[in-house]
Ligand binder design. Structure first.
Ligand code: TXA
Ligand code: MG
Length: 356
């Protein structure tokens, strides 16, 4: 399949943007697939109400069929049609955080095919805030099923070039535009129960959610990796975001972390293995490896989040065999956005963590 790559930038007039997205919308209505930017990561879109489109999405990603898709909408009025009930807490959360990086799990309406929900009776819905995503969804008929636009197991793409790397030849169109500024996937909250339950941490934190609805719960597997329970979001059970090299997280006092990482790096490099480091601004000058990624300041989870997946992809391109990352678990403690960053880093590392 030939993939059409359509660039939308500052030089496009509103009419030209409209025209390009109208073309993209027609592709979706006709059962094709289009990758598009959102404020979190790029999505791989298809018509959510067409079972054949969902089947194509799974095939393009190489994704297991039991891992359900998120339906993206652009207007609150469209929610009714795909869910069987809108609980009070969901209304409050939608008012506070939609459009934005929040996905909610509802009981599905009959019109939503099981191919889209991975066989579940619930459906995930998100209303993104990215203006191109919103216009695209409207042009596509209002209901766009979209997982992240990566091959299954790879980091979610935050730049169009990574979508091209994974999806060229597999889908009909890729919209190349800026704007995946958050860099990590949306927060997922199940609103079908009495107390909203966080299934995947993200930019909208537990504190922010509780500020709106009072009590909230969190899936135990998010903060306790030794829990025997299965994650409630089917996708969270897979090892995700894995770089080709072996990634290890190093936790401890800063000076000990630096010493350990420098020792390990020296050993690997002596064996001729390329080694990379993800370090924070504060410690950056103390590392000796040839490939050191600057994750920004320790206190700035936003900066780390924005760049994390790019770093993991760059390490692959640079043929790095070993990767060491500083831990961000202090950020984890305060239950802020750092928790989401640490959650993704732990998954990428297959939970390999060294305490020094
Ligand atoms: O930010 C995002 O959410 C991005 C952009 C493109 O919107 N999308 C995204 O989709 O991350 P995906 O498919 O990569 O991740 C969706 C997650 C998976 O872990 C899936 O198992 C979970 O949502 N999910 C979807 N429907 C669900 C449901 N009915 N119940 C529980 N988990 C569900
Ligand atoms: Mg994904």
């Amino acid at each position: 399949m030939k993939t059409k790559i359509v660039t939308i930038g500052a030089s496009d007039s509103p009419e030209s943007v409209e025209e390009k997205l109208a073309c993209a919308g027609i592709i979706i209505r006709q059962g094709g697939l289009v990758a598009f930017p959102t404020e979190t990561v790029y999505g791989l879109g298809g018509d959510a109400l067409n079972p054949e489109s969902s089947r194509k999405i799974y095939a393009a990603k190489g994704r297991p069929g039991d891992n359900p898709l998120i339906i993206h909408i652009a207007d609150m009025a469209h929610l009714d049609r795909i869910v069987s009930e809108i609980p009070g807490n969901a209304r409050k959360l939608a008012e506070a955080f939609w459009p934005g990086p929040l996905t909610m799990i509802f009981r599905k309406a009959a019109i939503v095919p099981y191919q889209t929900t991975g066989g579940l009776d619930t459906v995930a819905v998100r209303m993104p805030v990215h203006p191109l995503a919103r216009l695209f969804i409207r042009k596509a008929g209002g209901y766009v099923a979209a997982p992240s636009a990566n091959l299954s197991g790879k980091p979610s793409p935050t730049l169009a070039k990574y979508v091209v790397q994974d999806m060229d030849g597999r889908i009909d169109m890729i919209i190349d535009a800026d704007g995946a500024e958050i860099g990590l996937e949306s927060t997922i909250v199940d609103v079908t129960g009495e107390v909203p339950m966080i299934l995947r941490p993200g930019y909208i934190t537990q504190q922010m959610l509780s500020g709106v609805v009072g009590e909230t719960d969190m899936d135990v597997t998010i903060y306790d990796s030794s829990s025997p329970q299965t994650p409630r979001a089917p996708g969270m059970k897979y090892r995700h975001y894995a770089p080709k090299g072996e990634l290890v997280i190093v936790e401890g006092e800063p000076q000990k972390v630096v010493r350990y990482i420098n020792e390990q790096t020296a050993l690997h490099e002596a064996e001729g293995k390329r080694t990379g480091i993800i370090g924070t601004q504060e410690l950056l000058l103390e590392y000796h490896a040839s490939i050191v990624k600057n994750a920004g300041s320790r206190s700035d989870a936003d900066a780390v989040a924005r760049q994390l997946y790019t770093f993991l992809r760059e390490f692959d391109d640079e043929d790095v065999a070993y990767i060491y990352a500083e831990s961000f678990s202090e950020a984890f403690e305060d239950k802020g956005f750092g928790q989401a960053v640490m959650n993704r880093l732990l998954k990428a590392a297959g939970h390999k963590i060294v305490r020094v």
